[in-house]
Design a protein around this ligand. Structure first.
Ligand code: BDR
Ligand code: CA
Length: 315
């Protein structure tokens, strides 16, 4: 069983990922730690608490960072995720349950130290909380089982970013944090747009989920109405990509993905701010120090049909 802490900016596809993790028997969802991104930190945390209460999760909720380490705030992604993060569904703010008193980075440090070698950190929002945890307690790098990140876009020549030609949203929101997380001495698997945009929840797939998966299916359908409107009007697709649930799918069944090894860096300013680069060839360069960075893994292909089947059967 994989014990995970899910660091997330809930978020429509974040909710899809949270419900997936909670439902699958190969995962024990120990905690949901929140971060700004798709919504403000207050709304994101409220959304996480709302799900915890609604579905009776045992997982703790700990509130995390409200802004990036260095860069100016980008602001909530209202056009994609709605005013409060769950599209047209607005979670009540009087929930009668509260978050853990510790900030997310401290929660992560304590949880990792309590179970050395056992915890997988799955991050599907900006990487600020993970970078803050590493800064406060660098020794956790040797104590975490694995870090799985949804973020980045490595198909440089195809201009594969989603918020700029080069950058994916989670990395663009806090490029400094992402560079810290990718170069730290812990094993990171990055599930970026190169694979998440290869899997697609069509309108029909979501209708079917609503019809077959009782209340949870209905909830996923309800929150995804706003998301689908964005995809239809702005992306030209009748359905949505499978971003955050893909990181959970990797934890459940790594064989769904083909990975490529090599150190990863992030561009922290300028027109390509938030761009992710992996060095995956053996070429020696006279002016770089990439060889000294941790060799990480990036998803380059996915068995999308099998992933969609896994999600459907789990939900
Ligand atoms: C990522 O950005 C957010 O909008 C989604 O929740 C996902 O984590 C995709 O670029
Ligand atoms: Ca997210």
């Amino acid at each position: 069983i994989n014990k995970i802490i899910l660091d997330t900016d809930p978020g429509i596809d974040d909710a899809m990922a949270i419900l997936f993790a909670e439902a699958h028997p190969a995962i024990e969802l120990k905690a949901i730690t929140t971060v700004y991104g798709n919504a403000t930190i207050e709304n994101g945390t409220n959304n996480a608490l709302f799900l915890k209460k609604k579905y009776g999760f045992k997982a703790d909720v700990a509130q995390g960072a409200s802004k990036a380490i260095v860069r100016e705030p980008v602001g909530p992604t209202v056009v994609v995720h709605g005013e409060t993060g769950f599209g047209d569904v607005h979670a009540p703010t009087e929930l009668s349950i509260t978050a853990d008193p510790r900030p997310a980075y401290q929660y992560i440090i304590d949880a990792v130290k309590a179970e050395p070698g056992e915890i997988t950190l799955v991050a599907v929002g900006p990487l600020t909380n993970l970078a803050l945890a590493l800064d406060a307690a660098p020794e956790i790098a040797g104590l975490v089982k694995e870090v799985v990140v949804m973020g980045g876009a490595f198909g440089v020549n195809e201009h594969r970013g989603n918020v700029t030609p080069y950058a994916e949203a989670n990395i663009h929101d806090d490029p400094h944090a992402a560079d810290i997380v990718f170069t730290a001495p812990w094993p990171v698997v990055v599930i970026g747009l190169d694979v998440t945009e290869e899997s697609f929840f069509s309108k029909d797939y979501l209708d079917q989920l609503r019809d077959d998966a009782a209340e949870v299916g209905q909830f996923i359908w309800d929150i995804s109405r706003y998301y689908l409107k964005f995809y239809s009007e702005k992306v030209g697709l009748e359905g949505c990509h499978v971003h955050d649930p893909s990181a959970i799918a990797y934890v459940i069944d790594p064989s769904l993905f083909t990975l490529r090894k090599g150190p990863i860096r992030v561009v922290t300013d300028g027109p390509a701010e938030g761009m992710t680069i992996q060095k995956f060839d053996g070429r020696i360069h006279s002016h770089d120090d990439w060889e000294s960075k941790t060799v990480q893994q990036v998803g380059v292909a996915v068995k999308d049909e099998a992933l969609l089947k896994l999600y459907r059967e789990t939900i």
